[in-house]
Design a protein around this ligand. Structure first.
Ligand code: SF4
Ligand code: SF4
Length: 258
């Protein structure tokens, strides 16, 4: 069953790539890969991954050469420990929004703002993505949805082109209008991704209540953990026992400890 969910997620990723490629063909001045080879500033940050994304990346990591994997593991272990330390420091200083590992039974707003705080915190770390090596992505075919769409998407709500400084320089005036009309919507396929995420957590825990549980982690975790052999039922039920879960409320687990 988890294999079927992963297949669906893979198809989703390919559909997004097709849309991005078709946009790239129409906008010949589009600066992203493969043309962007000297800087790749968009990969110079870390970001949260949802469950299905982290699972799929962990499969991509297993396909890498042993020595590459070893290097990634060494680096990820160090970075993950440093990150935990920084979160602890941040939480000890912050009196407003601290970063928790479990947000149980919250409303949608709380759940959403917790996700945003985690994302903001990770972005603020000024750390390169662990998969970036000599300006290339080592897990390119397994990369997450935001990475696939970055540089090709437009957010109608905020009028924002989701790209880097190059997009801002190139896409002004008529060029911008063209970008907006050809761009992939920033939340394209987002619902499908969330549904696959929920189905995978439900399948692994075997309890309907876990459909409203969301999972986030760092890009280091799919390097440090084998998602296909890990005991997910134990993981989720120890963090959020089913008897404590309320239907129609949201829960979020931020997975940091290996
Ligand atoms: S978003 Fe910018 S840095 Fe990233 S691939 Fe595109 S042009 Fe390069
Ligand atoms: S996963 Fe790959 S594409 Fe995404 S930020 Fe990392 S190196 Fe860049």
């Amino acid at each position: 069953m988890i294999d079927q969910i992963l297949k669906k997620y893979e198809s989703l990723g390919l559909e997004i790539e097709r849309s991005c490629a078709s946009m790239c063909q129409k906008l010949t001045n589009h600066p992203c890969l493969p043309k962007c080879s000297d800087e790749v500033v968009c990969c110079k940050q870390i970001f949260p991954l949802c469950f299905i994304e982290a699972y799929y990346i962990s499969i991509g990591v297993k396909k890498l050469d042993r020595s590459v994997r070893r290097d990634l593991e060494r680096h990820a272990e160090k970075s993950q420990n440093a990150l935990i330390k920084k979160i602890t420091e941040f939480n000890s200083k912050s009196d407003a929004s601290i970063i928790q590992s479990v947000y149980a039974n919250t409303d949608y707003e709380t759940h959403n703002s917790a996700q945003q705080s985690i994302t903001k915190f990770l972005h603020s770390q000024k750390t390169d993505c662990p998969f970036l090596h000599e300006n290339l992505c080592q897990i390119y075919t397994h990369r997450n949805i935001d990475c696939r769409i970055h540089g090709f998407a437009y957010d109608k709500n905020t009028n924002e082109i989701l790209g880097c400084h190059r997009h801002k320089e190139i896409f002004t005036g008529e060029n911008r209008k063209k970008f907006e009309s050809e761009a992939v919507p920033h939340n394209f396929m987002y619902k499908e991704k969330i549904n696959l995420d929920a189905s995978s957590i439900f399948y692994l825990t075997g309890d309907e209540k876990y459909r409203s549980v969301r999972y986030l982690t760092t890009p280091f975790m799919p390097i440090l953990r084998d998602y296909s052999t890990f005991d997910w039922n134990k993981f989720f039920t120890s963090k959020l026992p089913p008897e404590n879960l309320e239907l129609n409320s949201y829960s979020l687990v931020f997975d940091l400890e290996v």
